[in-house]
Ligand binder design. Structure first.
Ligand code: ZN
Length: 422
């Protein structure tokens, strides 16, 4: 295999650590030019049909990012963390969620072909659970009641653009025309948008260029990333300006398509939510008003009430999460170790930002991000949350039942690479 060029590799590792907001001594512990694992697949933006673990032989699927970037990112962090532990230091980075929270929980509605009655039906569920939602509007289909949609922002809903026509083109001008048309119509009724989710979750560089030129601050496409923390896509040795906010790609409709009963759908989401909760991963789910939320009301009620019932989950919208994440990315701090003392220096005054410390014995601690000096002995360490749920959500086999997915390929590749290094 041709080894990836160094500068591209460096870019990827730096980008992953930049999103971790790792302390500078962490960056310094890493020899980017001799990194232990291949990171090149992180800049892959091709998509592939993959199946997720369902019930029996009913496995839901979707065309999503070929590379599971979340797993790759976690592997990189694991390698880096080990290096820091070898120096007998804790691993320190900015926490992924605001102070007081261990997860984020959102529900996204893609309004494909939804009429007003179905739109309002989703609002009933949202009101029932006092759960603000992030709506991606298919303007061509919702043009007739856009001003009513605009009203819902007063209740805390986040209104963003899905498209005008429900197509993602491979072509810059066509994407641009489609997006500008939808954006203009939304602005005409007073909806200021900053976010986008492409039709069918597709992502390509020409779409990215349009989103950058039109100053979108975030977008959400499972063909770029899924089941992960927010990140800026890396592709062709470039880093996108648009923050990618990944979603779990299996919606109620994906489960319906493989014949799930509503009880099986509830069991599926129960498992996915538990999986993410235990691993402190964002719990970001989505659905459609038509032929999904209208047909399986008990499933959406289960999702919203479960998210509300979990402790320390920040229930929010994409815009709020993106805003907070971007603030987090821009905030600087330095950490010094003097004998047994930890010294933090920063200009930060935002109490929502905190440091996350991890130790080699699987314990962790949080400290406010402010100027402080503390003895490492005085830091209150707690054991990390137990993981009782299955560690796998994707299946090892694609829909043909024969071909292995890239997930299995990726691990096989990693194994052979490690072996090669001896
Ligand atoms: Zn759609």
């Amino acid at each position: 295999m041709k080894l990836f060029n160094r500068s591209a590799e460096r870019l990827i590792i730096n980008e992953i650590l930049r999103h971790e907001k790792s302390a500078s001594y962490v960056f310094e512990s890493v020899d980017v030019d001799h990194f232990e694992m291949p990171v090149a697949p992180y800049s892959d933006y091709s998509a592939q049909y993959k199946k997720f673990v369902g019930v029996g032989d009913k496995n839901p699927g979707e065309t999503i990012a070929k590379i599971n970037k979340a797993l790759l990112r976690q592997e990189v962090i694991k390698v880096v963390r080990e290096k820091v532990f070898q120096k007998n230091l804790p691993y320190i980075h900015l926490a992924h969620y605001p102070t007081g929270y261990h997860n984020v929980g959102t529900f996204r509605v893609d309004c494909d072909k939804s009429d007003q009655a179905r739109f309002e039906n989703v609002l009933i569920h949202s009101d029932r659970h006092k759960f603000p939602m992030t709506w991606f509007i298919e303007v061509g289909a919702q043009e007739g009641y856009l001003s009513d949609i605009a009203e819902t922002s007063k209740a805390g809903h986040d209104l963003q653009l899905h498209c005008y026509h429900h197509i993602t083109y491979n072509n810059y001008s066509q994407n641009k025309r489609n997006i500008i048309k939808g954006k203009d119509l939304m602005q005409r009724v007073g909806i200021e948008i900053c976010g986008f989710a492409s039709p069918f979750g597709k992502w390509n560089p020409s779409l990215n260029r349009v989103l950058e030129e039109l100053n979108f601050s975030f977008s959400s496409e499972f063909a770029m990333g899924y089941d992960d923390l927010p990140f800026h896509p890396v592709f062709k040795s470039q880093v996108s300006n648009v923050l990618q906010i990944p979603v779990h790609p299996i919606c109620i409709g994906s489960l319906r398509d493989v014949g799930f009963t509503s009880q099986e759908m509830i069991a599926y989401y129960d498992r996915i939510i538990k999986y993410k909760f235990e691993r402190n991963l964002p719990i970001m789910l989505y659905g459609h008003p038509k032929n999904e939320i209208d047909r399986f009301p008990e499933v959406i009620d289960f999702i919203l009430s479960t998210l509300n019932s979990l402790p320390n989950v920040w229930i929010t919208t994409y815009s709020e999460f993106a805003k907070w994440w971007q603030k987090r990315l821009k905030t600087d701090y330095s950490v010094f170790f003097e004998n047994d003392n930890l010294k933090v220096s920063t200009d930060n005054t935002d109490r929502s930002l905190q440091l996350h410390l991890e130790n080699s014995d699987n314990s962790e601690a949080f400290l406010p991000l402010e100027n402080l000096k503390i003895s490492l002995q005085d830091v209150v360490w707690t054991k990390k949350r137990d993981q009782t749920s299955s560690s796998v959500t994707e299946t090892e086999f694609s829909h043909s039942g024969k071909t292995k997915t890239s997930l299995a390929d990726f691990f096989a590749f990693m194994k052979s690479f490690k072996k090669k290094l001896g």
